[in-house]
Write a protein that binds this ligand. Structure first.
Ligand SMILES: Cc1ncc(COP(=O)(O)O)c(C=O)c1O
Length: 374
């Protein structure tokens, strides 16, 4: 790798190339890399001017970062329930959750299942709300023939190592078709600095007073370089991650095809004593996780672990019941589908390197558990 002797570890052509490759892959006009999926969400919310006093409608059945990002910008997460079939936001509940403070809807394509974007976009349009999609688990998903990432006002990706497109460290990206949002994202991710910071401030606050430093006649330095117009972040994808991600992106379609094969094998082979996941309505699943449901979750997990099979239980505590969100005052029982999912889900191993005999061993083991226990 010629990158190390070049010392260009931050920014540079590797990052620009990867952003360009993601634009081409997703078919979106703008892609801004950043340090993580969590940062992608924070940047997206800030780029829409969302902050204290605003509400954002989202799902409680997700990784903590979704709700955390909303709270981190000072806004209030408003949790609505999920659909039984695919664990995504129940779009029929959005309207009832809208108040004069609502600014955005934040659906999560959880486990790689595309949300009901038609219904979500229709409500958003009717109420003049922004749609920010959490696509952290959804690279390679599609909806009406478009990649997820081109299906909302703003889309947020994570390149956490276990994701379908995983880095060898942290990484994230925001994509959008709105030029104004792009400008603000670019400014916010690097301290609100530079000429782009001035433009972003104008877009966010309508302010266009030239700063005194720009009127200086001393042109021996770039007057914008240390001019900070917004309180932003240090949120950059490093060049090593970008290089790795560029290489892996070329293989993503084949990796995702293998995930589909594994998912189909599970669905065809598993006993009907578990509820297998299914794709609801329009959309192509990218099988970030293969999640079954059973009332015997704990016993099944113990059994599979004893057989050397690593299983996950995402997400055992829905966000509205997390201690960090106790200030919002949600009580147990208010979002029954999310709470039920939290008690019933078991994630079976799914990754491209899993071979056919291993998949069969996992199916046989799950089926054996139910044979022995019934
Ligand atoms: C649904 C969801 N949202 C947000 C994130 C946050 O991404 P990151 O870990 O890259 O900050 C993740 C992944 O970890 C995720 O799965």
């Amino acid at each position: 790798m010629s990158l190390l002797p070049s010392c260009g570890y931050i920014g540079g052509s590797a990052v620009r190339d990867f952003e360009q490759e993601m634009r081409a892959y997703l078919n979106v006009p703008y892609a801004v890399s950043c340090a993580s999926g969590t940062d992608a969400l924070v940047l997206a919310l800030r780029a829409c001017g969302i902050g204290p006093g605003d509400e954002v409608i989202t799902t409680p059945f997700t990784f903590f970062a979704t709700g955390e990002a909303i709270a981190a910008v000072g806004a209030t997460p408003v949790f609505i329930d999920i659909r039984y079939e695919d664990f995504t936001m129940d779009a029929t509940q959005i309207t009832a959750a809208i108040t004069p403070k609502t600014r955005a809807i934040l659906p999560v394509h959880i486990f790689g299942a595309p949300c009901d974007m038609d219904a979500i976009s229709a409500v958003a349009k009717q109420h003049n709300l922004v749609v920010i999609e959490d696509a952290a688990q959804a690279i390679g998903c599609a909806y009406h023939g478009m990649h997820i990432g081109a299906t909302a006002d703003i889309s947020c990706f994570s390149f956490y190592p276990t994701k379908n497109l995983g880095a060898i460290g942290d990484g994230g990206m925001v994509t959008t078709s709105h030029e104004n949002i792009y400008t603000i994202l670019k400014a916010l991710k690097e301290h609100g600095a530079g000429e782009i910071g001035v433009q972003a401030k104008e877009l966010l606050e309508g302010e266009s007073q030239p700063h005194a430093v720009l009127q200086s006649t001393n042109n021996s330095y770039d007057p914008y370089k240390y001019l900070n117009s917004l309180i932003g972040y240090n949120s950059r994808l490093d060049a090593i991650q970008a290089t790795v991600l560029s290489i892996k992106l070329r293989h993503l379609p084949e990796f995702n095809r293998r995930r589909v094969e594994i998912a189909e094998t599970y669905t065809n082979g598993l006993t009907d004593q578990v509820v297998v996941p299914r794709v609801v309505g329009e959309g192509v699943h990218c099988w970030h996780q293969y999640v079954i449901r059973t009332k015997e979750k704990d016993a099944l997990c113990t059994f599979l672990n004893e057989k050397g099979i690593g299983v996950g239980t995402f997400y055992p505590i829905p966000l509205h019941l997390q201690p960090a969100f106790s200030y919002l005052g949600y009580q147990a029982g208010v979002l029954p589908q999310a709470e039920r999912a939290a008690k019933e889900t078991v994630c079976l191993p799914i990754f491209p390197e899993l071979d056919t005999s291993e998949v069969q061993y996992i199916i046989d083991s799950v089926n054996k558990f139910f044979d022995q226990h019934h």
